[in-house]
Design a protein around this ligand. Structure first.
Ligand code: CO
Length: 482
């Protein structure tokens, strides 16, 4: 167990991780502790809001921040770091003007009050949510628009990705695609929402062959993530309503107009690969992220996810002055669906501490997994900032943790299989941690079978990386190591 640290965090320290990083650079990381595994070979790409202000004018919400890609290249025990912003047309225009020109979906209004924002639905694409490498393409993702393609060596922005014209202008593309571990195909979706929603499922082979299946589902659909398994894709339609009038009139941001109806059920939509779909109603709740899902031998669909009892409201105040203890905690929940009888059961796996960013071994995606790795708060108790790594064992129901409190604040863990390994937890877990004392970030490398021992190696950056969102590891190395 973790020794108690008192206090494990301060809001002032946590807030420091939301300072913009305005610079781009590249260098070999020289300051390291421990031993970096010589057989850890490949590139870790991460995305997140790198700039949270322009010229001192803060965006209203970090989800509106400018997407910045970090690339950590690992080879022969050395690590190279490179960061670049995604140069969308909106980013280029705002950098030139040095002021906020666009509305952000989540919290940013243009200066000038409602008159400047009325009827302006020209939202900025911050390209800040995820970065994936597939079929030779590096793609920066933001769920309400098409991906941006980047050069995997230089991180130069190459332009909008349409998959040979398959994605029309205005088509959304999820920031949470999955990789089929058996075929290498990329599984993704896009949603066009209104009184009913058009849900498009995309499958893209590593060679770039694109196929699409569409479903028309009732109601407004706010779908951030999904569950992919070979026969089904599952969506949890949160009981969220959207009143488009205030944002249209410039009175509210689109994010503020989202409301959770605490009495309405969550609707689970199961899209069978045949093109048919079923819906099952479940208890209300709000879900951003799924760990994984699979079909068990009975044909039941098992889904592990992080759920909140209520939707965290997007207020109008400064997002950094949050009272953590009043924010609903993220709980690890297992749903079991029986598509034949349209029934669902729900089991709480972990609720003594808030967790987020759940991931499993990449070869287990869509199949039965045992371990889930997550970011966690320091210790059991009320909600708090994410400061540690947690490994949950779904077979025993037990978990192990390591905490970086009181100085460290963590990002999403990334699971990297050890080459030639056969055990599910014979992995490295990579975590970017913000050190509030030094005001810089470091990369921690854990062994999956020894989380409580702490990182086996740590690589210290020369600066901080603002709190990020998602990323992935590829065994490919794009840089030459002389
Ligand atoms: Co996400």
């Amino acid at each position: 167990m973790v020794a108690s640290v008192s206090p494990p965090y301060t809001n002032a320290d946590w807030m420091l991780g939301y300072q913009s990083l305005h610079t781009e650079g590249e260098y070999w990381i020289e300051a390291t502790d421990g031993s970096i595994p010589p057989n850890l070979t490949g590139t870790l790409f991460r995305n997140g809001p790198g700039q949270l202000d322009i010229n001192g004018h803060r965006y209203g919400h970090p989800f509106d921040g400018d997407g910045m890609i970090s690339a950590f290249t690992f080879k022969e025990g050395r690590i190279h770091y490179l960061n670049r912003f995604v140069r969308t047309p909106e980013f280029i225009a705002e950098q030139k003007a040095q002021k906020i020109l666009y509305r952000g979906v989540f919290g940013t209004m243009k200066p000038g009050g409602w008159l400047a924002n009325i009827f302006d639905l020209n939202f900025k694409n911050p390209a800040n949510t995820h970065i994936i490498y597939h079929g030779g393409k590096l793609l920066a993702l933001w769920e309400a628009a098409r991906p941006y393609r980047m050069d995997p060596l230089t991180l130069e922005t190459l332009g909008t990705e349409t998959f040979n014209g398959s994605l029309a202008k205005g088509q959304s593309f999820t920031a949470h695609p999955k990789f089929d571990p058996n075929t290498g195909d990329l599984k993704a979706f896009g949603v066009q929402t209104g009184p009913s929603s058009k849900l498009s499922l995309f499958s893209i082979t590593p060679q770039g062959q694109f196929s699409e299946t569409t479903y028309t589902i009732p109601g407004f659909a706010f779908l951030h993530d999904f569950v992919w398994m070979p026969n089904y894709s599952l969506f949890f339609q949160n009981p969220v309503s959207f009143n488009p009038l205030p944002p249209l009139l410039g009175l509210k941001t689109a994010g503020e107009a989202l409301q959770l109806d605490p009495n309405a059920p969550t609707r689970i939509i199961g899209c069978h690969q045949s093109g048919q779909f079923f819906t099952i109603e479940a208890d209300p709740g709000f879900i951003f992220h799924f760990a994984n899902g699979y079909e068990d031998p009975r044909g039941h669909l098992i889904v592990d996810l992080i759920a909140y009892d209520t939707f965290p409201p997007l207020g109008t105040g400064d997002y950094r002055e949050v009272d953590f203890a009043s924010v609903p905690p993220g709980k690890l929940i297992r749903y079991s669906l029986d598509p034949e009888h349209n029934t669902v059961s729900r089991q709480v796996l972990l609720d003594d501490r808030s967790v987020e960013f759940p991931v499993v071994h990449p070869s287990k995606v869509g199949g039965a997994h045992r371990y889930i790795y997550m970011a966690t708060i320091h210790a059991p108790g009320p909600n708090a900032p994410l400061q540690g790594l947690l490994k949950f064992d779904t077979v025993t129901g037990s978990y192990e943790t390591y905490s970086f409190a009181p100085i460290g604040y963590v990002n999403e863990p990334i699971v990297v299989p050890v080459p030639g390994s056969t055990e599910e937890d014979d992995v490295w877990v990579l975590m970017v941690v913000f050190d509030a004392k030094q005001q810089r970030s470091f990369l921690a490398i854990f062994e999956g079978s020894g989380i409580t021992q702490g990182p086996i190696a740590t690589a210290y950056l020369e600066h901080h990386i603002p709190y990020g969102l998602h990323g992935m590891f590829t065994p490919e190395v794009f840089r030459s190591f002389g």
